[in-house]
Write a protein that binds this ligand. Structure first.
Ligand code: FAD
Length: 514
């Protein structure tokens, strides 16, 4: 069932068993899991079924730290959320990403990769990713042309990716609207979360519409699924009963904000030239496009005391010295509406496939890094002094990088260079900016537009906002779905893990709901 909240009588009270706030990858996955459950599910979405500039403007904010994307161009504020322009590249986090690593401050999840594996498999269905198999040898068995580069596998691995560009809004709109037990309210922006007097349980959330109407929702359980920055914003802005906001007794909400720094960093020179089909977007035994990136094993990360990262083998070039690393940098500096067009362009790029490489002629490749950003309490999201059109404080983003971030990219290419030489494959040359032993970054630094970590998960309320079940510490019925809960960022894009973690949360809530 679908209702436009703007058409309801003012001050309507909506009631249900579970209230999901936000209908992006996380919120829609959760709603799908609860369809036909016999429970009254309320799905609140701030936007409509399409892009509306006045709703998108509610996402306006400012950057006060390191140069960063404009927030309102990267996150989309309507049904389907940011999957309306995402790239669809997916891979699970590695086991090491969940581990407590002595060399990475604030690392360690209270759950393991094994805990998430069954949910990763299920998440594959909703994202339409094909079989849950990321072993590069599976593709090679299918066709020897997809052979991995001959590195020592105890040091350099091939990390596989699948491309599932499912637009959640387009794909699942009809089934959600037709559902008998899921009630979707569009143009229903949640602006405040109200707790009981003891501030240990949520009583209701307040909705404001741009046409001036206000409504309230009461439920047994509330799930915040607004994306990592909006989840933190809503917790911080819900400060009527506690001036620090909700879940923020230890000043953690909004901190540890992470993205994946992405940057052209080195060159791979292969004097003999060789097939690189595994490392381009290809399409074989499943209908899913896939490709491989180079990665270091967990053992080498520990030996070098560095973060996780991957390198994709990109542009074939003829002359290293005239290569402009900025040429390939794609930014979303334009409006949200324009960025939708951009994302379609990206899919075109992704599908361009093997013509991208011509190994018979050119044997120098740009190596493009995707880095796990270290959890850093000084990298954060705060409320600004200015309010949006609904009276909610806008966000300020103070994105910061630490010394270990740049050192990890350098460490990555040192190992890759050693191993390329040892295996007689070729040579790796780092770009000049990387050889400096400092925390300076060149202008062509980009990110994956992956927001993570602002409501981090930890068993100890002094070190995390949510527990291992994504429940906000100290509040008995408030949960967070999405990458806000990630304590560390991994090197893989987040959405597969967002959906897997949401499905795990859904199972937990089903247990509670009987
Ligand atoms: C250009 C681009 C490319 C990307 N490519 C990839 C990729 O290839 N692979 C990958 O894994 N990830 C990618 N991502 C990231 C991916 O889009 C996000 O990880 C994913 O969308 C997060 O899902 P979510 O549900 O947490 O948040 P969102 O998708 O942002 O959804 C949040 C929803 O909540 C709603 N909402 C927000 N505030 C409120 C409120 N107060 N009240 C009610 N509703 C509210 C929003 O309207 C929205 O529908 C990309 C992102 C961008 C910008």
């Amino acid at each position: 069932m679908h209702v436009d909240a703007q058409t309801l009588q003012d001050e309507t009270l909506i009631q249900g068993d579970i209230c999901i706030i936000g209908a992006g990858a996380a919120g829609i996955s959760m709603a799908l899991e609860w369809m036909n459950s016999g429970k009254r599910v309320i799905l609140l979405e701030g936007g409509g079924f399409e892009y509306h500039a006045d709703v998108q403007d509610l996402y306006q904010g400012e950057n006060i730290g390191r140069r960063y994307h404009k927030y309102d161009t990267t996150r989309l504020h309507y049904f389907g959320g940011t999957t309306n322009h995402w790239g669809g590249l997916c891979s699970p986090f590695d086991p090491v990403d969940f581990a407590k690593r002595s060399w990475v401050d604030h690392s360690g999840w209270p759950i393991t990769r094994e805990d998430l594996d069954p949910f990763y498999e299920k998440a594959h269905q909703w994202i339409e990713l094909g079989p849950y198999d990321y072993d590069s040898s599976s593709w090679e068995k299918e066709d020897p042309i997809y052979s991995a580069l001959p590195f020592d596998s105890s040091r350099v691995a091939t990390k596989m990716w699948r491309l599932g560009p499912t637009r959640f809004g387009l794909k699942y709109r009809d089934s959600i609207v037709a559902s008998k037990n899921v009630r979707l309210y569009t143009f229903a922006n949640v602006c405040n979360i109200k707790t009981n007097e003891a501030v240990n349980a949520v009583e209701e959330v307040e909705i404001r519409c741009l046409n001036g109407k206000h409504h309230r929702v009461k439920a047994r359980h509330f799930v915040l699924a607004c994306g990592a920055i909006q989840n933190a914003r809503l917790l911080l802005a819900s400060n009527r009963q506690n001036p620090n906001g909700l879940g923020n007794d230890h000043d953690l909400v909004g901190r540890y904000f992470m993205d994946h720094p992405e940057i052209a960093a080195a060159f791979l020179v292969l004097p003999k030239g060789r097939p690189l089909d595994l490392y381009t977007f290809f399409h074989n035994f499943s209908t899913i496009k896939a490709y491989g990136e180079l990665a270091l094993t967990a053992e080498v990360q520990e030996e070098k005391q560095i973060l996780n990262s991957t390198a994709s083998i990109r542009d074939a070039i003829t002359d290293i010295d005239s290569f402009n690393p900025g040429d390939g940098t794609i930014g979303l500096w334009n409006s949200g509406e324009e960025s939708i067009t951009w994302a379609d362009g990206m899919l075109g790029f992704a599908f361009s496939g093997q013509s991208y490489f011509d190994t018979s002629k050119i044997n120098i490749y740009n190596l493009f890094t995707r880095l796990e950003q270290a959890p850093n309490p000084n990298s954060r999201v705060l409320l600004s002094e200015e309010n949006d059109a609904l009276g909610v404080p806008k966000i300020s983003i103070d994105w910061q990088l630490a010394e270990i971030d740049k050192r990890s990219i350098r460490g990555f290419y040192e190992v890759l260079g050693e191993e390329a030489g040892r295996s007689e494959l070729g040579r790796v040359r780092m770009m000049d900016w990387l050889s400096e032993d400092d925390n300076a970054w060149p202008d062509h630094l980009g990110t994956g537009w992956h927001h993570m970590g602002t409501v981090r998960m930890h068993d100890d309320p002094k070190q995390g906002v949510v527990d291992a079940n994504c429940k906000v510490h100290g509040l008995s019925n408030l949960y967070v779905a999405g990458s806000a809960a990630f304590p560390t960022a991994g090197a893989a894009n987040p959405t597969l893990t967002v959906v897997a973690l949401t499905l795990r949360l859904s199972d937990h809530l089903k247990g509670k709901a009987g």
